[in-house]
Design a protein around this ligand. Structure first.
Ligand code: ZN
Length: 115
């Protein structure tokens, strides 16, 4: 159990280090989250690493590890954002057009709310 936890921490630490260790927007070094630079990269990464990983909190860390293993540069696909900047990006709705089908319900509810 302990070694599994250590592995998860190492996976996260390495992923953050590869991506620079700071929020790409404000430079914060705490509370960092991994963000796809473009929504379309989600599918591209699946193609490059040759598999679709289960959706969980570890998925992006594993994707970064697998991209590295295959000789790709993860920093061309991902950036680090702190929670605040990540929320701001999401609020701008940049990703909405590319949200997956299962998110459409959420999307229409949100749009109705603002109308
Ligand atoms: Zn930030």
């Amino acid at each position: 159990m302990t070694s599994h936890l250590n592995y998860k921490i190492k996976l996260k630490t390495n992923a953050h280090r590869v991506l620079g260790g700071f929020c790409a927007s404000c430079g914060a070094s705490e509370g960092l989250e991994i963000d796809h630079l473009k929504p379309s990269y989600k599918e591209l990464i699946q193609t490059l690493i040759g598999k679709k990983l289960a959706k969980n909190g570890q998925r992006r860390y594993h994707e970064i590890r697998l991209l590295l293993n295959k000789g790709y540069k993860p920093e061309e696909f991902f950036q680090l954002l702190c929670g605040t900047c990540h929320n701001l990006k999401t609020d701008k709705n940049k990703d909405w057009n590319n949200f997956s089908k299962e998110s459409n319900l959420f999307k229409s509810n949100q749009m109705d709310f603002f109308e």
